[in-house]
Write a protein that binds this ligand. Structure first.
Ligand code: SAM
Length: 239
């Protein structure tokens, strides 16, 4: 345990003894810089209904944990959102073991594409859920690129500007996600995608999430226990 975590557990001893926990703060809606849009409320309700009966096939065989655990984990909700949006172009930032990629790919249409960005190739992550066969039909690929750099993001402009759904699941260090947001604004996302941020209840994500001026909705109870937020990204002009 690092010193920061140890100090926290001294000052704020957990009311329930848990190994894996996230320190957070409950923030009333009037402190938020934006409201949910009708589109987000409709989408979240429909996706939650769909997630209830959706099973991510093949997940158990890979023996990588609670992919089909719902509510609590976000994978079934991610798959349901892809299906509900009829998303053809999906972008993920943060591949890691590929759990979310695997879940979203399960609902990707035959003419769809899923591009997952990371700074580390999935082939060097252990253990990993993904297998080479998941990439065989060409609908899914990984890009090794750091989208914090606007010039790097610009190289992927055609893809990002065609995105229907973007999952942001990277470092949550209080800075990285803000840089992606700034770059999305600077680039312009003319399709007005749904952007989902993971772990919005984590301490270092609270400020970024609550200060987002775009229409947004916290859907954590139907997605990830550490916080899931949907943003209705405005159809912005291309830079
Ligand atoms: C929480 S994990 C992602 C989990 C993944 N979505 C899943 O479902 O298995 C975070 C990932 O973000 C990656 N990451 C860190 N910095 C990044 C960056 N600048 N761009 C893209 N990915 C980054 C890390 O290498 C790590 O693999």
């Amino acid at each position: 345990m690092n010193i920061r975590k140890w100090l926290l557990s001294m000052v704020l001893p957990p009311p329930i003894p848990l190994r894996h926990r996230v320190y957070s703060m409950s923030i009333p809606p009037d402190a938020s810089r934006s409201e949910p849009s009708e589109r987000l409320v409709d989408l979240a309700l429909k996706a939650a209904v769909r997630a209830r009966n959706l099973k991510i096939e093949g997940a158990e065989e890979r023996n990588m944990g609670r992919i089909n655990k719902w509510p609590g984990e976000h994978y079934r909700m991610l798959a349901a959102l892809v299906a509900e949006l009829q998303a053809k172009t999906i972008v993920e930032i943060g591949t890691y073991q590929g759990r979310a990629s695997f879940a979203m790919r399960s609902q990707l249409p035959l003419d769809g594409r899923l591009v997952s960005f990371d700074v580390v190739p999935w082939t060097s992550v252990q253990p990993v859920l993904l297998k080479r066969e998941d990439f065989a039909d060409g609908r899914m690929r990984q890009e090794i690129a750091d989208l914090r750099d606007f010039n790097v993001m610009k190289r992927h402009a055609d893809l990002l500007q065609a995105a229907d759904f973007i999952l942001v699941d990277a470092a949550k260090d209080g800075e990285m996600e803000q840089l992606f947001i700034n770059n999305f604004r600077r680039l312009g996302l003319p399709k007005g995608p749904i952007v989902m941020f993971d772990d919005i209840h984590e301490w270092k994500m609270l400020k970024i999430w609550h200060e987002l001026p775009e229409a947004k909705l916290d859907i954590s109870s139907f997605a990830h226990w550490a916080g899931s937020g949907l943003v209705d990204w405005p159809r912005s002009a291309v830079s």
